[in-house]
Design a protein around this ligand. Sequence first.
Ligand code: BES
Ligand code: MN
Ligand code: ZN
Length: 493
Amino acid sequence: MTIQPNDRPLLEWTGDSLAIGLFEDAVELTGELATLDQKFAGVLKELIAEEEFKGKANSTIFTRVSGNTPLRKLIVVGLGKPEALKIDTLRRAAAAVARVAKKQKSKILGLSFPLWNNDPEASAQAIAEGVELALYQDVRFKSEPEDKAPQIETVELLGFAGQEAAINRAHQIVSGVILARQLVAAPANAVTPITLAETAQTIANEHGLQLQILEREDCEKLGMGAFLGVAQASDLPPKFIHLTYKPEGTPKKKLAIIGKGLTFDSGGLNIKGAGSGIETMKIDMGGAAATLGAAKAIAQLKPDSEVHFISAATENMISGRAMHPGDVLTASNGKTIEVNNTDAEGRLTLADALVYADKLGLDAIVDLATLTGANVIALGDDIAGLYTPDDAVASQLEKAAQTSGEKIWRMPMEEKYFEGLKSGIADMKNTGPRPGGAITAALFLKEFVKETPWAHLDIAGPVWTDKENGYNGSGATGYGVRTLVNWVLNAGE
Ligand code: BES
Ligand code: MN
Ligand code: ZN
């Protein structure tokens, strides 16, 4: 599929499906749209009336066009109230149109959308992202594709002549989102710590990044007892992945992105029971997937900041070598941890990754992790929790998320709750009481960052969606990639 920006007039456009975005106050067609309606004998007005179309955001209607014209379908998508138009409204509307057009077997789709904020660049990018994200289908694990409908070949963005660069940028970002979706969607027998390391190697080779993989012995030398404690029951080797993007010239900022990389979380000896969702725990490397997806996108976008992409990848398994509940581990900063629950393993792996990143002398660290069920209870399936003591990093991430359309919400770092992690035998326990469980998880992580401004995103909810949702199909969402990319791109400002 190619996405082409051009200035072909609506009234002269030829192709098989034409889609129009309409605000709530514009369903009484005027101007060019009234002329278009007349050209097709009033079919648009009729459609809007019959369907009682009000222009509500994301509502779509379509009709067959008859007569002597190559145009087969007219599609109308609602954009809501003009004053409420967000950049993500365009992204979602484009996704909705792309889905309808695909179902209607369109090959050449024309899109006529208004601008967000008088900004053709940002608008074109968001529309292109919406189209590409919505049309992606994962058929890797089917012996035969179920969907045999023809693919859309060309999407024309009318009124966006000259926006090739924005569309290209969208494509580069989407390539990162799709990589993240593929990694998360693949089962634990297909994506292992070894696969994650190989994926990092592929990104490094294709896009010229530096890569360092620390093997178990290397991690032992660095004293990464928390990470290795989690890894010790798995038959697969742990991989500590460190990819680096360096811009030409002096970097404006030096940043790290760290992702939780549990390719399967059985819970360990505190094994996940019936109803715990153990069969879905392939998603527990969603942070690592977003990290690698961001690396792939950033390597192509070439921002002027240096970025380190890090994941301590392993499985959390059971065997005769498994951690016992109650074991005491020593992390690479010397702190001791009583593992009162082997299922709180993500924070153990992140602890050593954070200590490692903290020593790199960076301006900021962001970690992403499918860390707690408690965060899902607090914020639901669509919103990531943002935990940070640093107001500046918080607002950078909130801004980046706003642009990307990914929802985040800042949560409190209530220091008093650290009391719940006090241990009689070690410096701290890895698990506190159930109430506020996502907050104590973040407070635990904070113990392993001393020098660097840091934020943690708990993405346990949005990493996955059971049903089609906006530009996400059902399944892995690739959550985080677009926010991370925006965060890095804005960091130089
Ligand atoms: N990977 C899970 C968290 C999770 C839960 C992710 C649901 C996605 C969906 C994490 O390792 C875990 O098991 N957390 C425990 C922590 C508890 C033992 C303190 C949880 O949330 O129940
Ligand atoms: Mn767990
Ligand atoms: Zn986990």
